[in-house]
Design a protein around this ligand. Sequence first.
Ligand SMILES: [Zn+2]
Length: 175
Amino acid sequence: MLSKKNTARCGPSNPVAICQPPPYTRVPAKNGGNETSQVIGVLSCIDYRVTPELVSLLYSEYKDFDIFVLAGASLGACGQLSCEWCGTFANHLNVMSSFHQVRELLIVEHLECGAYANNVPQVYQGRAAQIAAHTQYALNTVALVQKAFPSWTIRAVLVEPGQTLQLVKWIYNPL
Ligand SMILES: [Zn+2]
């Protein structure tokens, strides 16, 4: 089971206190930024039923991409599991922005996620509850990233593992 240490200080209900400054403070790109970059940033989970096909799909669709993996994807990134995870994610976004000129983030959530099962009891209420939980934490993460990187295009998708990845729904897609 993942540690819940420090979650009282950090997380969707209070993300600003710990995770906003300094981790979510944008670091200016060293080259001044390249708004037309094709490099996409990706946040995904550690689930090995998801990663291989996700990488294959990304490779077929994008020339270059950065993947950042946290157990639970948004659940970890928004600070619900650990302040340290939240800060590391935020710092990595700055690296993506500064070194690879990332201006687009794709958040990939998946059903039957062990991190959610161990930390969000409502997911045992059924599929609709799982979808609602992923939606909640993904939107929390979208809001945090948008605040630090207002010019980025951010999307969040929910998939279902199986023989192939199935689209459950787009949680957030402004395109
Ligand atoms: Zn997972």
